[in-house]
Design a protein around this ligand. Structure first.
Ligand SMILES: Cc1ncc(COP(=O)(O)O)c(C=O)c1O
Length: 706
């Protein structure tokens, strides 16, 4: 179905700063691209019209009118293959070996030398009555990431002759969903992979999930007495639970709780590094970072612990340079500085044995392998090698025993395993339709527009663009004044669109494009309406301009001939995606396939597992999506390990303090009154009430009729 063209939505001013993001008001106006283009008032339309035609004829190929062809299907370049799609969407660049395309043009997820087509999983969900959108989690990918991280450190430790071990912890805040945390505890057991916690709820999650004695629990964040008592109880249970001191005010509570319970604490200290790193989250490092002790606070801490005869409890040095650090040089530099702190604290008498380097291991969302903020210029093995090498060199130089290396990798552990899959419910296509052949009685304004085709060359492109607007505006003005009928205006609008497409195509081959025309391709792109809410499922796209790779999950052996931006089904002008992972640059449009009648078209948004899940909000009251967790088997089959129904309408209404039971009651009363007043029959009342009640229990997203 084609909609009337609506134009593109300008970015609304956002306040970004402070916490991960602050959301400004979401309601706002919608400005259409086409309507914001200069709307000249045409006082002497008839005169100007005649002048223009004369000018055009004298400049152009007088008398020879190049005729517009019916709108062609754009972009066909002959043979297409799944291999071309693999390159186009960059699966091998950003997929970390987990995603590929099968010969029959379907995206595959692969682990354990077996691969499964995502469309197969979608069909399996539909058979189980699970509707789109769905958040698909692939367990084995999470398992593989934990294994890769631990093995890469093991390899680095062996190859550099480092004389201690690696112990990873997963920061629960990166994805707190119970199923994810339980899987990490399970898959991480063999490496004693622990947890990083930053609040009482998170330590409770850790205590009820971790099983292996000796696993690390790193307690960051501000800790009250209850938090500290929970941590001390963890030590009693056999976990290595470390209180990382973030501020000097925490020390007295830790000492007091330890004395009262008779449990000796394991203390860590977070230092502020001065080396500022690149990337979006660099405010967590450097002098102005919120967390960590200054050098004078560090000295005070040592003196206090010495005075309390507890310096031997200071066993871990912590730093967190930032998340998503794109440049390996920054990591090396930061670690070198941390080693200096470590050495001096050992010299002060601290019994340090762990060095915790926090998070920062980046995910290459773009696949560019660069220092761009959403990429990284290193591999996992290089990250581990550089850390181990830097630590070994520094500690050997200081003559200090090699400590256990701890990292708190969150994003890199979890991002790959989740994919958001949604169907496209509609499109808006900005292309001319039904262009009639020229005929002798047509309106002179239409003839003037047809003339523009004859002059469309690189050197006159701006002039043609201006003229197309001029005549289109004239058509609108004449229509307003009753001097042009609806059909003629429609032809003028269609010719205008056709001209803009031709102009945009011409800009593709031009070295220097006039500034007016730079955004033209984007403003002519299709809009594909996806059955999802950006604010619920991809909040980072909206809030911090996060790029996630997006691709169709099927039909990849067909050429994607459309160029589109994606809008969600919220009625919010910010609910759109118009920045995509291109090859080496951020692309403004995504190549997509034309929709086929009565056939679903599915898109996948990849690498979405980190941070976002609990940040999503209920904008327009779209709730949590369905979640399905699958395990790929060695024989290429798969099991649905878990299925979680997304929120029903009643669920989301209750989150904003409506009471579904009361709503049903009030609706029933309204229906009863309608019966009493003769508007409906009693039978109709029953049908209306049934519909209302069934809807309350239904999914919040767009559902297709069977
Ligand atoms: C203290 C701490 N550790 C670990 C992480 C996880 O970082 P990443 O997701 O980059 O691995 C964070 C995130 O900001 C953090 O604040």
């Amino acid at each position: 179905m084609r909609r009337a063209f609506a134009g593109f939505l300008p970015k609304r001013g956002r306040f970004k700063g402070g916490s991960r993001y602050n959301r400004a008001s979401l309601s706002g106006h919608v400005t259409t691209f086409f309507n914001t283009l200069s709307e000249e008032t045409v006082l002497n339309a008839a005169k100007k019209s005649a002048d223009k035609t004369a000018t055009r004829k004298s400049k152009g190929k007088a008398g020879k009118q190049a005729q517009p062809k019916p709108a062609p299907a754009r972009g066909h370049t002959g043979e297409w293959s799944a291999r071309k799609s693999l390159d186009l969407y960059g699966f091998e660049r950003w997929g970390n070996d987990y995603f590929s395309v099968s010969k029959n043009g379907n995206v595959t997820a692969r682990t354990l030398n077996a691969s499964v087509e995502l469309i197969d999983i979608v069909n399996g969900m539909l058979e189980r009555d699970m509707q789109m959108p769905v958040l698909l989690r692939i367990e084995n990918i999470l398992d593989a990431q934990i294994k890769r991280l631990n093995m890469a450190f093991r390899t680095a430790i062996e190859s550099h002759g480092y004389k201690s071990e690696y112990r990873g912890v997963y920061p629960i805040k990166v994805n707190q969903q119970s199923q994810v945390v339980e899987e990490i505890a399970d898959f991480g057991k063999r490496y004693k992979h622990g947890f990083e916690v930053g609040s009482k709820p998170e330590i409770i999650v850790a205590l009820s999930t971790l099983e292996e004695p000796g696993s690390l629990i790193i307690c960051n964040g501000y800790k009250d007495v209850e938090f500290i008592e929970l941590g001390l109880s963890a030590i009693k249970l056999g976990f290595v639970c470390v209180f990382v001191v973030e501020t000097p005010s925490e020390i007295p509570s830790i000492i007091e709780c330890s004395r009262r319970t008779g449990i000796e604490p394991i203390i860590g200290v977070r230092v502020k590094t001065t080396a500022a790193v690149g990337g979006h989250w660099n405010s967590t490092s450097g002098d102005r970072s919120v967390f960590g002790l200054t050098t004078s606070q560090l000295v005070e801490l040592v003196d206090t612990l010495k005075a309390e005869n507890m310096l031997h409890c200071l066993q871990l040095l912590h730093c967190h340079l930032g998340s998503q650090i794109p440049d390996i040089k920054d990591i090396r530099m930061g670690i070198t500085e941390v080693c200096r702190y470590y050495a001096d604290l050992v010299n002060e008498g601290a019994a340090l044995k762990y060095i915790d380097l926090g998070g920062g291991l980046a995910v290459d969302y773009t696949g560019w392998g660069s220092t761009y903020g959403q990429s990284r210029n290193y591999s996992l093995q290089e990250y581990c090698d550089d850390i181990v090498d830097t630590l070994k060199q520094s500690f050997d130089e200081y003559g200090i025993a090699h400590p256990t290396i701890v990292t708190e990798s969150g994003r890199a552990t979890i991002a790959y395993s989740s994919i958001l899959i949604f169907n496209v419910v509609d499109t808006t296509i900005f292309e001319p339709s039904n262009l009639p052949a020229p005929h002798k009685d047509e309106h002179p304004l239409i003839t003037s527009m047809r003339d523009i085709y004859g002059s469309l060359t690189e050197s006159r492109i701006q002039e043609c663009y201006n003229d197309a607007h001029y005549w289109r505006n004239e058509a609108r003005e004449l229509f307003r004044r009753g001097q042009l009928d609806l059909r003629t205006r429609s032809v003028a609008e269609n010719l205008f669109l056709d001209l803009l497409h031709k102009i945009a195509d011409l800009t593709e081959s031009m070295g220097r494009v006039p500034s007016d025309l730079e955004g033209l391709k984007l403003s002519l792109a299709d809009i594909y309406y996806g059955n999802f809410s950006l604010f619920q499922s991809l909040p980072d796209t909206w809030a911090i301009d996060q790029l996630f790779p997006i691709a169709p999950i099927h039909r990849l052996n067909e050429e994607p001939t459309r160029r589109a931006v994606i809008a969600d089904i919220t009625c919010d002008s910010d609910g759109k995606i118009d920045r995509f992972v291109g090859e080496g640059e951020v692309a403004k449009v995504l190549p997509l396939h034309e929709l086929l009648p009565n056939k679903e078209y599915y898109l996948g948004v990849f690498l979405v597992g980190a941070y976002q899940e609990t940040l999503g909000d209920l904008h327009n009251l779209f709730g949590d999506t369905n979640v399905v967790s699958v395990r790929i088997n060695r024989d290429g089959g798969y099991d649905f390990v878990k299925e979680m129904q997304g929120d029903s309408i009643a669920d989301v209404l209750s989150y904003v303090e409506y009471y579904p039971k009361e709503m049903q009651e009030r609706h029933r009363n309204t229906a009863e009154r309608a019966v009493r007043e003769g508007r409906i029959t009693a039978r109709e009342r029953q049908q209306i009430i049934k519909l209302f009640n069934e809807s309350l229990n239904g999914y919040t997203y767009f559902e297709k009729e069977d």
